[in-house]
Design a protein around this ligand. Structure first.
Ligand code: SF4
Length: 427
């Protein structure tokens, strides 16, 4: 058998002390479980992806004998990629933790490798990333639009809040509120009835820092309706979405949202009114369906109760309520999707995949939005039960969904489904 040259395999790349990218062609690149990254799992690093150093994680790989080696600290740290919306991560990065390592910031780390002098990432394209790419969010133009809007509507606190999200976090949906296009954000709730392990707006545990500040006030019906109508009336493919990363659970404000939806629809019939939610309250959602909500996106990490409970740590509701909310949406003609929090090694196991397919059939969900879960693996794994089934891989998960639920769209973001006609009660 011919001697295998190391460079015939995807090889280790790492973050150098001066912030550059180094390569170690003698070492095969590996994933989080120490398995070699295969060519078929890798794509060239796409436009919009960013590279991320993994502090206190040494780059690691396999030599030709299959022995694992970690690069010394002096070489630098392990490297990962953060993907734009439109791409789904298929493998977590491999590394060797240093004894004094601290939790990593809440990002969606994807495995990277070198191949014939180019950078590759373990990912698959699952939707059109164009509208989410930073080149479509000119910051100078955005600053001007924000200033003009806030000057024109100085009383609207909701706009001021999302101006902060747009300019400081570069949040695409908050920015769209000022660009007057596509999907725009509307946060309404400072509280939540879940305590997600990976919550990006509130972390209670020592040493874990949420990347965003949570909303601290409740906007008025007028503030919401004014911003919504201004958006829905002019934006291309207009979506006005309640439920953002910078707030808690919007359903805790369902009466406010119900009044706002009715007020919005008295002023415009254009566009889509959507809610991103943990779908914990079927009664509250039924009121929003009756008021004219057009679509909803329910967040979940699993269709198995034990995994769901371990991650969401729900307060006063169960996964059965989430299912019931989606079934009621189907019956009311509300376009439903799930925001499936994707973590390779967890949701791509046999038992998780089987449960997910059954869940999609039972609830009539129309779209699965694959979301790379933003969390340090060392934070998540100790807090969720290890799945009992064999890990089949993210590519196998996506294939299974396409095969077993062919009517369900697989993508990464909400669709402008337009104004619902059926099942709306007059106020
Ligand atoms: S449902 Fe949302 S806001 Fe609530 S804990 Fe989970 S991620 Fe955070």
């Amino acid at each position: 058998m011919p001697k295998i040259q190391a460079s015939e395999h995807p090889y280790v790349v790492y973050s150098t002390p001066d912030g550059g990218v180094g390569e170690r062609r003698a070492l095969r690149a590996i994933d989080y479980d120490g398995k070699p990254l295969e060519r078929g799992e890798l794509i060239p690093l796409p436009d919009g992806a960013t590279l991320s150093m993994m502090p206190q994680r040494l780059a690691a790989g396999l030599d030709l004998q299959g022995e694992r080696h970690a690069l010394a600290r002096s070489w630098g740290w392990a490297l990962a990629a953060l993907l734009p919306i439109g791409y789904t991560r298929v493998k977590l990065p491999g590394y060797t933790q240093t004894p004094d390592s601290e939790p990593l910031p809440f990002f969606g780390y994807a495995a990277v490798a070198g191949w014939r002098g180019r950078l590759y990432v373990a990912a698959v394209r699952t939707d059109d990333p164009e509208r989410w790419l930073s080149r479509n969010f000119d910051l100078t133009q955005l600053e001007t639009l924000v200033q003009q809007r806030l000057a024109a509507e100085p009383e609207n606190r909701m706009l001021a809040h999302h101006a902060h999200c747009a300019l400081d976090y570069h949040c695409p949906t908050a920015s769209n509120l000022f660009f007057s296009r596509w999907e725009a954000a509307c946060a309404v709730s400072g509280g939540c009835n879940a305590r997600c392990v990976g919550c990006i707006s509130k972390q209670e545990e020592e040493g874990l820092v949420s990347p965003q500040d949570r909303l601290t006030f409740t906007p008025s019906e007028q503030e919401i309706a004014d911003a919504a109508v201004a958006h829905l009336d002019v934006a291309d493919d207009a979506i006005f979405s309640f439920g953002q990363g910078c707030e808690g659970e919007p359903l805790l404000q369902f009466r406010l949202i119900e009044r706002a939806i009715r007020a919005i629809r008295q002023r415009t019939q254009r566009g889509t009114i959507n809610i991103n939610t943990n779908a914990s309250n079927p009664h509250a959602l039924s009121r929003l369906y009756a008021a004219g909500l057009d679509s909803l996106r329910a967040s979940t990490i699993s269709a198995r109760r034990e995994t769901y409970d371990a991650y969401y740590r729900p307060i006063g509701y169960t996964f059965e309520h989430v299912k019931q909310s989606l079934v009621l949406a189907r019956d009311a003609g509300v376009y439903s999707s799930i925001n499936l929090l994707c973590f390779p090694g967890l949701i791509d196991c046999e038992d998780e995949i089987a449960a997910l397919v059954a869940f999609l059939r039972e609830t009539g969900v129309r779209l699965v939005q694959l979301r790379n879960l933003n969390i340090d693996p060392e934070v998540l794994w100790p807090r969720v039960p290890k799945p009992s089934g064999r890990p089949l891989g993210m590519l196998a998960l996506i294939d299974a969904l396409r095969r077993e639920a062919p009517d369900v769209i697989i993508g990464n973001f909400s669709r402008p489904v337009g104004r619902r006609k059926e099942g709306i009660e007059a106020c």
